[in-house]
Design a protein around this ligand. Sequence first.
Ligand SMILES: Nc1ncnc2c1ncn2[C@@H]1O[C@H](COP(=O)(O)OP(=O)(O)OP(=O)(O)O)[C@@H](O)[C@H]1O
Length: 412
Amino acid sequence: MIRFDSVTKTYSGQAKPALNDIGVEILRGEFVFLVGASGSGKSSFLRLILKEEKPSKGTIHVLGQNLGSISSRKVPYFRRDLGVVFQDFRLLRDKSVYENVAFTLRVIGKSRGYIHTAVPETLKLVGLDGKGKRMPHELSGGEQQRVAIARAIVNKPQILLADEPTGNLDPVTSAGIMTLLERINAGGTTIIMATHEAGIVDEMRRRVIELSAGDIVRDERSAGYGSVVGTLPVDDDAAAAAAAVAAAEAANAALLHEQHEREAKAAAAATKPKRASRSKKQAEPEPIAPVVGMDAPETITAAAPKVTPEMMQQSQPLYVEPEATDAVTDAAAEITAAATASIEIPRGSKATDAAASASTVDAVDDATSATTGEADAAADAKQHLTLAERLGLRAPGGPREGDDDQEVGPTR
Ligand SMILES: Nc1ncnc2c1ncn2[C@@H]1O[C@H](COP(=O)(O)OP(=O)(O)OP(=O)(O)O)[C@@H](O)[C@H]1O
């Protein structure tokens, strides 16, 4: 589904690559956590999958397509199979919840009938049934992130990329968001999530890919946030590699055993009334024991597990407050205006950087042999991307002839 072959990404002006000769494959239906210290390359990894960035070396296949052979004009169509969720939600502040979710579908030209069915269904799925008329500021942070998730999945993408989706949320709300993402994954959507939340990763026990200074230093199934075996050897010593794998498997077996014991205890506790607070001991992260003979585990900064396993276990079912049924609003013109209006992106922001880089990719892809001056002008133009462009729903430069003739709807 996603394959990186010897991928290196070096940003212009940078001496060290952000990603260094990465080779990895992610299969359909997997839930993968990307972990690693700040600056280790997690966001770059996600941006490469989205084709927001172009690799300096190597090839990337996503959904059977070689990204290097997708022209910039076709990128928005490619991205319709990918949903993206960010740490900062990125909702349209002056649009209702319903319109925020409908936005994605309107931009790609879905019929009113389709939108009328798909939006309420998706709001229900994310636990916002009946809240379609609310404005973003009338929602909690967790609810706003649910709207962002609804917007990302309303078109039934095959892949959902989440860049620190719980980064701005309190621990209990974060646990609820993870329950939702788990449910979306159970429906068949492949999820790749960059995170610093040790508690979430430890509790969910999914595949973990750990990056360190652009290298993959760990890739384990059913793993936790911190490596139990230290960094995997990257030399060619097969014996050392085999020993590391054996040690990892043994350590994982021990962790799984511990996890089963915890689950058994939790199941027993579930029959008793819930306590109002957890003991100090429960809230503390468990120490990671290095395996003898291996390097000490690499320290991952910002690893404090603010979401504890107990919070994940006690995460409540999605809260649904009954409200008046959503009326179908015909705000297509307004939404189209929002989709095509410029949004000024402050210079120096991450979004600006990504936009500027995207423009560089586009410029290269189009092989227009633009002069430096033209490239600068293009970069300037990207300071005013429309939201549809920022979300990858439309090629920079607005709609073009033939955009709406292609069949790019839900694939399942
Ligand atoms: N647009 C860019 N131009 C130049 N360098 C960049 C750009 N984006 C990222 N980098 C550099 O690439 C490296 C990897 O950054 P990246 O954002 O991928 O890391 P990260 O693991 O996502 O970090 P964080 O957890 O802080 O979000 C860093 O050294 C960063 O400074």
